[in-house]
Design a protein around this ligand. Structure first.
Ligand code: SAH
Length: 394
């Protein structure tokens, strides 16, 4: 099928020939006129030679995604069925795992189609659309999802600009609120129809498990940027002596209380602090508080009344604060989802942070995205999660 051509600059052709999936604005030589969201395009060389099939859909990362090496490639029911079948096969062990009932079912370009993700929450699905372009294919995509035998209900979040106000609930039965899911035996309360976030970040599953299994026993734990306290709950399962969860958002008190309660834990026995972490550091230093396990999972960018935090430049400073309140031989779990850092760059930031302190450290373990957050070798920036377990004073 003939489609409008998006021509790639000569020096970037080899990237695309090697499977790079994103239509990156700065690598495009020319766009055809009158392109509309969702239009299929032939990605080609400057002299018009066909390389791959893509669709046009503007989102924060780029102008669309490549989904096929075939000139005849189409975004239709049979394509969606095929990529979904592959995605299901890849996650067989998660479906079989009775201790885990929530994970990513379809991860955009890593599963063959960028701009869309689907998460599985105990029989309910949550679709996230990242452009109007891909949203145009909703009907055919939904048809494939709704025929999967295990699906009870479907929700969506539109992560592109739209004035259309519609409900997140779009098909089947509504999920209870909270919807209790399990992850490695831990219960988490989630909400599929309550703003942008559900109560849990599924990409940290392995990190939570590692904390529970290896790092928490008898430890005084500080969980900064704690959101609903998921790391604190995992640490308590692992036998932590005490947890302190700190988050500036008012909701975090009720949310963290709930996560503890659904696991039969007493919230009153733990500290849940609603405060800017940078204030909390001052208080902790003044009081001489020390923690054995410190978790740091800030957003890439956050602005509170007084402080703006940018992971791109402020991470070393954040770590220096954390180092001061980490006990001798303690462990810091340093995490970031900032896409601008490679793992190497993030490790350099850590090194930088320790300079000028009297403490030494070793990287004990490194985590990136788990396999259900499938990524492509040709697109390493898709593996946005970087988590370093730092053991101090070794
Ligand atoms: N670590 C969490 C997810 C963190 S999401 C988890 O695994 O579930 C980022 C959180 O940082 C949000 O809840 C936000 O309210 C909080 N936050 C942003 N800036 C902050 C600040 N300066 N101090 C404390 N919390 C902050």
């Amino acid at each position: 099928m003939k489609a409008p051509k998006i021509k790639i600059k000569k020096q970037y052709l080899s990237k695309y020939q090697n499977g790079y999936p994103l239509l990156a604005p700065e690598w495009i030589q020319s766009l055809p006129e009158g392109l509309k969201e969702g239009d299929l395009v032939d990605v080609s060389s400057p002299d018009g030679k066909f390389i791959a099939k893509g669709y046009y859909g503007k989102q924060n990362k780029g102008l669309g995604w490549i989904f096929s090496a075939e000139r005849e490639g189409k975004l239709d029911g049979s394509f969606f069925q095929r990529v979904m079948n592959q995605a299901l096969t890849l996650r067989k062990s998660l479906f079989d795992d009775e201790l885990t009932t929530a994970f990513r079912l379809f991860n955009g370009e890593g599963d063959g189609l960028g701009g869309i993700t689907v998460d599985y929450y105990d029989g309910f699905l949550l679709i996230q659309w990242y452009s109007l372009g891909i949203y145009r294919y909703k009907k055919a995509f939904l048809k494939v999802l709704s025929t999967l035998s295990f699906v009870k209900g479907i929700y969506e979040k539109k992560r592109f600009e739209t004035s259309e106000e519609t409900s997140d609930f779009i098909w089947g039965k509504e999920a209870p609120a909270p919807l209790l899911i399990k992850e490695n035996g831990i219960t988490y309360a989630t909400y599929l129809n309550d703003g942008w976030m559900t109560g849990i970040f599924l990409d940290q599953r392995e990190v939570r498990k590692r904390i529970m299994d290896e790092y928490a026993l008898s430890k005084r734990v500080l969980n900064t940027f704690s959101y609903t306290g998921a790391f604190s709950v995992a640490a308590l399962y692992g036998g932590a002596a005490h947890t302190t969860s700190v988050d500036v958002a008012k909701r975090s008190l009720a949310k963290t209380t709930e996560q503890l309660e659904v696991n039969g834990m007493d919230p009153a026995s733990q500290a849940i602090v609603v405060e800017d972490v940078f204030h909390y550091f001052k208080y902790a230093k003044r009081k001489g508080l020390q923690f054995d396990l410190v978790i740091s999972d800030p957003p890439s960018f956050a602005r509170t009344k007084k402080i703006t935090f940018r992971a791109s430049k402020d991470y070393p400073e954040l770590l220096r604060d954390l180092i001061e309140i980490t006990a001798l031989n303690g462990v810091i779990v340093a995490s970031t989802n900032y896409a601008g850092f490679s793992l190497t760059k993030f490790a350099q930031q850590v090194k930088e942070a320790f300079k000028g302190t009297k403490r030494s450290y070793k990287i004990r373990e490194t985590f990136q995205l788990p396999t259900d957050f499938a990524t492509l070798q040709s697109f390493p920036e898709g593996n946005y999660l970087k988590v370093l377990f730092l053991e101090l004073d070794v």
